[in-house]
Design a binder for this molecule. Sequence first.
Ligand code: NI
Length: 146
Amino acid sequence: MALREIRILGDELLRKKSREVTEINDKIRETLSDMQETMLKNDGVGIAAPQIGILKRMIVVMKTEKEILKLINPEIVEMSGEAVDYEGCLSVKKKSVKVKRPTKIKVRAQDEYGNKLEFVAEDFFARVICHEVDHLEGILIVDKEV
Ligand code: NI
């Protein structure tokens, strides 16, 4: 595992759309481990691959202090509810932004071994996933300030 440098607002790479992961291999698993380490080291609750300079559809999200999910090709297939709350981002230093998010989402993804996952996330965890999936589209919280 290795710590990676986090790209900061203004870096053009953060604005690009990430590509689907078509082959899940050791390199992908190593990148996900690096993402996790980098997230934890920076006290984040989520991180997306573009934030470490990799334009692939991968995110790491903290569900609880003890449960961290590594998601490949995550898709939000259903959403409902609506709530506005403050969010921070490892790429947007020292700024919290109010963002509107769904309160309940259904997510489809693959895990780091290619197993298919489908689950429902609510409230804060749903917010974290929506935030990270936005990164895969080149969208940052500053675009969504309400
Ligand atoms: Ni972020």
